[in-house]
Design a protein around this ligand. Structure first.
Ligand SMILES: [Fe+2]
Ligand SMILES: [Fe+2]
Length: 307
């Protein structure tokens, strides 16, 4: 039986878990990382960069090869990386947070232009995905290339549902259990165009960096819910010192109740930096900015964070 180490009694999530995986809570790696947003809906002050609906972040450890987390939809990744003097041929590992086109669509152009890559993701990333709007319109939002096409282009897939280490000080959450009652998610996502199969996006996972300043969480869309993801990290690592969160929170597609309760939980957890992106959207970003004024930032194309 594994008990959370830094357990805060005021949290509502009192749980003990059996787990075989605990990261280095006794002997931290204390690595340094530079995080750079390569694809996002908006661009910052860096001239010549382009925005698209999507997300991609380059993770550069102080030592070792860079890693790419998500690839955007494929319209801006290579262009923006060149504009920021980043050589994506040096990237050996790519993580795909989940199988939506705006995170995985850049994988095929990346492979074509920057060479073969090891790709870590959940086995469900290849599932069919659709968004059905309130007016009944249906749009495919899954991965635009098949597994066979991507493997032919140079992808070697590492498919797993588990929490795991993929490089020194870099971990993947794996599938995130949905334990909170308020993170009901995005109700417009389906596995079919008839609306018979709601898609809870079980493949959604986040990246965890073990830095000297604490744990840093990088989100794709966080369809699993931000507090569910933080809880999963605490359960799997024995640590509650997530100090920075970067990426898409999906709060722009969720209920007002989910936003309000997420803010309450974030305040309890003492998050020092919340660099929101992508599916957070303007209204939820404005709310987060007002409630967490010292922590909140907008992570658009060109945003960098050193941890
Ligand atoms: Fe997204
Ligand atoms: Fe998504």
């Amino acid at each position: 039986m594994f008990k959370l180490k830094d357990y805060q009694n005021d949290s509502v999530f009192v749980r003990n878990y059996n787990t075989n995986y605990i990261i280095h809570s006794e002997a931290p790696v204390y690595m340094k990382f530079k995080i750079t947003i390569l694809c996002e809906n908006s661009v910052g002050p860096l001239s010549g960069t382009l925005g698209e609906h999507g997300f991609s972040a380059l993770i550069e450890p102080a030592e070792g090869a860079p890693l790419l987390f998500d690839t955007g939809q494929g319209l801006t990744l290579v262009h923006n990386a060149r504009r920021m003097n980043r050589d994506l041929s040096l990237v050996r590992q790519v993580v795909i947070s989940h199988g939506h086109y705006d995170h995985a669509g850049g994988l095929k152009p990346l492979l074509g232009q920057c060479g073969p890559k090891h790709v870590s993701c959940h086995p469900s990333v290849f599932n069919s995905r659709y968004r059905i709007k309130d007016n009944g319109e249906c749009f495919p939002i899954g991965m635009p290339a098949s597994r066979d096409e991507l493997e032919a282009a140079g992808a070697s897939f590492d498919l797993s549902t588990e929490f795991r280490s993929i490089a020194p000080g870099i971990h993947l959450t794996g599938e995130v259990p949905r334990v909170t009652d308020f993170e009901t998610g995005d109700h417009g996502l389906y596995g079919d165009c008839c609306g018979r199969e709601p898609d809870a996006t079980p493949d959604d996972q986040s990246l965890l960096l073990e830095s000297g300043t604490g744990l840093v969480l990088i989100l794709g869309c966080c369809h699993a819910g931000l507090i569910n993801t933080l809880e999963h990290v605490a359960v799997m690592t024995g640590r509650r010192d997530v100090t920075a969160i970067v990426g898409g929170t999906h709060l722009g597609f969720c209920s007002q109740q989910q936003i309000e309760k997420t803010i309450v939980e974030l305040k309890l957890r003492g998050i020092k930096k919340l660099a929101a992106s992508h599916c957070t959207g303007f209204a939820a970003s404005a709310r987060l900015s007002r409630e967490l004024p010292k922590a909140f930032q907008v992570a658009m194309v060109g945003y960098t964070l050193e941890v």
